[in-house]
Design a protein around this ligand. Structure first.
Ligand SMILES: [Zn+2]
Length: 507
């Protein structure tokens, strides 16, 4: 996710950026405040013709994922120290098949999860919004008892043994609602998860949680899984999802889009967008195909996105190493934020128009956050520290306007955020995504660079994602790894930057 400085800091930042065109950033802040209430209130029924329910009869498409896919989906789920309500450590999802149908108002879904349990259980819990009513649940082909409470679904089983593979099918329907964010951030006021625009189009932003607003899920980064999706929509609408686009098929007035995700993804990194989208494929100089999905009203953004996307991709492959996934796309949506959703970056129009390198930031997360992912939300600085470091390096290296005046100016904003929201290594859980998890951790990485020198640091930048591909990591993993790689005890430096109530003095 990108950070957009707010409040007291914003004026100073705009001042700092004014020569480089800060107007865009200020506009986003204004737009956010003005537009969010209409986006969160009940959407206007948009579609005069109600599409028929989804074609859930017959065998769903990829009902039996391969053994190799199931092995890739194995995780060691944990309970989150900050947001325990959305973590279910007894459940390890291996593969999700999402069969979704949207008529502009009602979501009808059938989710098939191949899973194992991490202990012997007679009951397991998944996260699912109370706005969605479950019609039936089957485990291994047999109907079972279930109950819904708050934003959870409890499934009673006959007794599942640790480690054995099972399948649960959950059929549900309802009008999805976003869930409140544990944050005062301006671009999170829409609410997390499923958002429906006034015209019936759909988008999601769901960090640190919110996937549960549209499908039953173990909604925690420690439980990554593979996905297949089939999205049925009416009229000219197309459903966009992560991964490889397998094409659409038409029947009557309905469009069915199919998607396949071949590497494990955390639920906060899934995305869905529904609207009159068309795909525009651009090939970078090194031969990577990037798909841009835009609605007709956003087509004016395409050319600039393609230029920025290609340059960001080439720069990142040079500095972060080989791209860790097989596909890459960008979907432009309503709302006011931007999110590094895995292999399909979600960009609001406002974020796409900002002068700093938002697209490069979200693309950098594909290495730092998506491929190597924090085990829990206390470690979100691992995502944003690296992404901000790469963003400011890219901006400096390519002569773009530097975010908030560049890293040498960040101390002022970091100290304000530490005082209000806590240090980056132990932030206030009700201030998720504040500046404290972005700037200080990036400055910490810069301190490591100064300590070990440019050449060795640039090697670290590449080897961190390369050596932890598809892994979940903790602060202890990071510290141990950095100390091993450098042969120095950098623990005091890391602790000082992550734990100090005020910004440490740079060296
Ligand atoms: Zn970010």
């Amino acid at each position: 996710m990108t950070q957009h400085l707010r409040g007291a800091a914003t004026a100073a930042v705009c001042l700092a950026l004014s020569l480089a065109g800060c107007g865009g950033a200020a506009d986003v802040a204004t737009t956010t405040g003005a537009s969010s209430p209409t986006q969160t209130s009940a959407p206007t029924p948009p579609t005069p013709t109600a599409p028929t329910p989804p074609t859930t009869t017959g065998a769903p498409d990829p009902l039996t994922p391969s053994a190799a896919a199931l092995k890739l989906g194995r995780s060691t789920p944990v309970e989150d120290p900050y947001y325990p309500d959305t973590s279910n450590p007894e459940f390890d999802a291996l593969h999700y098949f999402l069969n979704l149908s949207w008529d502009g108002l009602t979501l009808t879904g059938s989710t098939t999860i191949t899973f194992r349990t991490t202990e012997d259980v007679g009951e397991f819990r998944l996260d699912l919004s109370a706005a969605l009513e479950v019609d039936q649940v089957e485990v291994d082909g047999r109907g079972v008892e279930f109950s819904q409470q708050d934003d959870g679904l409890s499934v009673v089983t006959e007794g599942l043994e640790t480690g054995a593979t099972h399948t649960v099918v959950i059929d549900y329907t309802g009008r999805p609602e976003p869930t409140p964010a544990p944050s005062g951030r301006g671009d999170m006021t829409e609410g997390l998860g499923w958002n429906t625009s006034a015209d019936g189009s759909v988008y999601t932003f769901q960090e640190p949680y919110g996937a549960f607003t549209w499908y039953p899920v173990n909604d925690h980064p420690s439980d990554e899984a593979l996905y297949d999706a089939r999205i049925t929509t009416g009229g000219d609408d197309v459903g966009v999802f992560n991964g490889e686009f397998l094409g659409t098929s038409q029947s009557d007035d309905l469009t069915v889009a199919r998607w396949h995700v071949d590497e494990p993804v955390a639920s906060y990194l899934t995305t869905i967008a529904i609207g009159p989208y068309t795909e525009h494929v651009d090939t970078t100089p090194s031969g990577m195909e990037i798909s841009y999905w835009l609605k007709p009203s956003d087509l004016d953004l395409l050319e600039a996105l393609e230029v920025e996307g290609a340059e960001s991709f080439e720069w990142l492959e040079e500095h972060a190493g080989e791209y860790p996934f097989s596909t890459l796309g960008v979907v432009v949506v309503d709302g006011s934020s931007a999110m590094e959703t895995q292999t399909m970056i979600t960009m609001s129009r406002g974020a796409a128009e900002r002068p700093d390198a938002v697209l490069e930031h979200e693309m950098a997360h594909q290495w730092y956050g998506d491929s190597v992912t924090p085990i829990d939300w206390q470690g979100v600085w691992l995502n944003e520290g690296w992404a901000m470091y790469m963003q400011q390096w890219y901006e400096t290296d390519t002569g773009r306007p530097p975010y908030a005046g560049g890293i040498s100016q960040w101390r002022t904003y970091d100290v304000v955020s530490r005082l209000s929201s806590g240090p980056p290594g132990d932030y206030d859980p009700q201030s998720f995504g504040d500046t404290n998890i972005y700037l200080g951790p990036a400055m910490m990485l810069d301190e490591i660079r100064k300590r070990i020198g440019d050449e060795e640091f640039e090697e670290l930048v590449k080897s961190w994602p390369a050596e932890h591909e598809n892994e979940n990591v903790s602060r202890a993993d990071f510290t141990r790894w950095v100390n091993d790689k450098t042969g120095q005890d950098l623990t005091p430096l890391i602790d000082r930057w992550l734990d100090s109530p005020r910004t440490p003095r740079p060296s």
